[in-house]
Design a protein around this ligand. Structure first.
Ligand code: MN9
Length: 308
């Protein structure tokens, strides 16, 4: 059974990476290690098998396995949100039912993609999944899966069980608008890590994204600064986040983050092909570049930089 109310799912929520072994099988002990590491750091929840979790590169059975491992390891310490998106309603329902049975606290999904599904298809997709279990559904708006128009977001919000949106876009006035029009209880998670403080200033309740796997402490500071109306701290910390992210996204940054987690002694394994996995030479280059950034901008308080 889920243990957390959707209104408790706020704050910094890593879009958890799936830890694969070098042969691309799921590395269960690595997965557990990463979950413990992040919970010990104080993250406020975990979002599973989404983009960063490489969910679309996994079979249904593998996605279920990851959900089971993480729920078991997290052991009700933080809420668990499971991305169940596929391009077909039936499979997504199966994943949602599984997440519910295993004790997840919420489900989430990108809209169906690849074909040019129209507003009605998308509406029906969400309605069918949302009705399949009692869990709250968090819609996931991201350009990669086809941006959901603002009016469609409003229609989706009227579906029972649709309780919020993970909003990965830079048009943050829409976050303010959503909070305004749909009410404070409709949860919004800002999904562009480079825009975290902006999302929060516009009213987002939390942050769900990739870089919270690597440096949750930085974003927890930003979250706190915004909540304390400390504009100066939020801005300085966001600027550091941008410097690190801007460098990282030139590469296959899931691999880069896995390597950097290794500097903290956390085994975050490998990505699945066709994503790249960088070797020792590139890793040394990343280290040198991050060290330069740290020294140049006198960046403090980010563990993976301090570990170099
Ligand atoms: O929404 C993430 N998107 C993807 C989640 O992984 C595609 C973001 O956290 C970005 O990775 C991040 C870097 O651009 O903002």
């Amino acid at each position: 059974m889920s243990k957390f109310d959707v209104q408790e799912m706020k704050g910094v929520i890593p879009a958890l990476m799936t830890v694969f072994a070098e042969d691309e099988t799921i590395d269960e002990s690595g997965m557990r290690e990463l979950v413990d590491h992040l919970i010990n750091k104080g993250v406020n929840g975990l979002y599973l098998t989404g983009s960063t979790g490489e969910g679309f590169l996994m079979s249904m059975e593998e996605r279920k396995k990851v959900v089971e491992i993480v729920i078991d390891e997290a052991d009700n310490r933080v809420p668990i949100m499971v991305h169940v998106g596929t391009i077909g309603t039936k499979n997504s329902i199966k994943l949602a039912e599984h997440a519910y049975e295993k004790g997840a606290d919420a489900v989430s999904s990108v809209p169906p993609f690849y074909w040019n599904f129209d507003e009605e298809h998308i509406y029906n997709y969400y309605k069918d999944i949302a009705e399949a279990t009692p869990l709250p559904m968090i819609v996931y708006n991201i350009k990669l899966a086809g941006t959901i128009a603002y009016d469609s977001i409003k229609k989706l919000a009227a579906i029972e069980n649709v309780k919020g949106i993970k909003y990965t876009a830079t048009s943050h006035f829409e976050i303010a608008s959503i909070k305004d029009e749909l009410g404070e209880d409709f949860l919004v998670y800002s999904g562009a890590d480079e825009m975290a403080s902006s999302g929060l200033f516009n009213g987002a309740d939390g942050l769900i994204g990739s870089f919270y796997n690597l440096m949750p402490e930085l974003f927890m500071d930003i979250y706190e600064a915004v909540n304390n109306n400390d504009l100066k701290t939020a801005r300085i910390k966001q600027q550091n986040a941008v410097r690190i992210i801007k460098y990282s996204v030139q590469y296959d940054f899931y691999s880069l983050m896995r390597l950097a987690l290794g500097w903290l002694g956390v085994n975050a394994g490998y990505s699945r092909r066709p994503f790249k996995n960088y070797g020792a030479e590139k890793e040394a280059e990343f280290k040198a570049e991050f060290k330069k950034l740290k020294d140049k901008y006198k960046i403090e308080g980010i563990d993976f930089l301090d570990a170099i």
